[in-house]
Design a protein around this ligand. Sequence first.
Ligand SMILES: [Fe+2]
Ligand SMILES: [Fe+2]
Length: 393
Amino acid sequence: MKRILFVDDEPMVLTGLRRMLRGLRNEWDMTFLPSGEAALGELEDSPCDVIVSDMRMPGMDGVQLLTKIKKSHPNTVRIALSGHADMEMVLECIGATHQYLAKPCDAETVKATIDRACTLRDLLNDETLQSLVTEMGSLPSLPTLYTEVMEAVRDEKPLTDIGEIIGKDVAMTAKVLKVVNSAFFGLSRHVESPAQAAAILGIDAVRSLVLSAKVFSSVDTGAALDIEQLWDHSARVAALAKALAKDNGQPRKIIDYSQMAGMLHDIGRLVLASQFDDKYAQVLQLEKDSGRPNWECENEVFGQTHNEVGAYLLGLWGLPNPIVEAAAFHHAPARGAGETFSPLTAVYLANELSHAVRARTGLEDTSFDTEYLERVGLKPCQRWFDQAQEIMG
Ligand SMILES: [Fe+2]
Ligand SMILES: [Fe+2]
């Protein structure tokens, strides 16, 4: 049985949670606590699977509590519960939380959020994955430039300041502007500076571009993998994922996450190719000879795929769970725990469509996981292909 701690200084909130989640008491072992100090004491006695904590509390606040738990109990899933929508941004850049729950929330949302977070944790705790990661020298670290941008966003600095931070890295800026100004991004005017890009595209789009541009240029994958091609693929999948989420009427946050996740979905390929040059050449050869999808070939050579490896890295960096989930399951979305449209859905579709357009297959010949699509309430349609055509060119 999963053991879950709920922490809130307001007795009313705890009573409400207890009442609301009563139906789940046969599935979860739940403890309700009034403070961070009480939670740490409880954890000393016995660890828990998940902690859901209020953010604003007297004494130790939520960020302090979750940061402590991140260090002392790294396997505990950390979920922030807060009434302040703007907290989300703050929490992400600290990386102390896996997921965010907005107050007030219903039992179904709490259950879905906790289930998804646990599915992901179990995937990343897999033994072969752990030993593969241990075999690697060092994983790329979260670029300091990205952290600087996130801090500027948190401090509500003006876009010009954020533009200046990005602009200091000339090579990366050039890379970002090249993508932003490419036809598939669909902007009607030429973007000259990072600040202008942030003003037009939104800060979320720009920060994901900065993050991926930085990682793509700092990693050496040897001769095996064509980095430029992968970067181009990622940028197109990002643009298409964003368009599909928008077309589906999703809220702004999901649209932005879809784009970010699209940019980062294949990052595991970079990691594998840079860490295991020769073995990755084997993967590419196998792919060429057999015509099988790349993740199948990776699985044969490594016993793992770029999905898990990428998700592992993104999780390590403290990126939000919906983005980690999209990387983890973009080739097998049904393994994710979601029941509704999510960034995973957008990236799965965008990636499939990008390959379909390249192979010139149409609606009839493309094999989607229709069971999964049905689960999230979708049906393959021609409009997706038209959008893909436009973006893939
Ligand atoms: Fe992939
Ligand atoms: Fe891909």
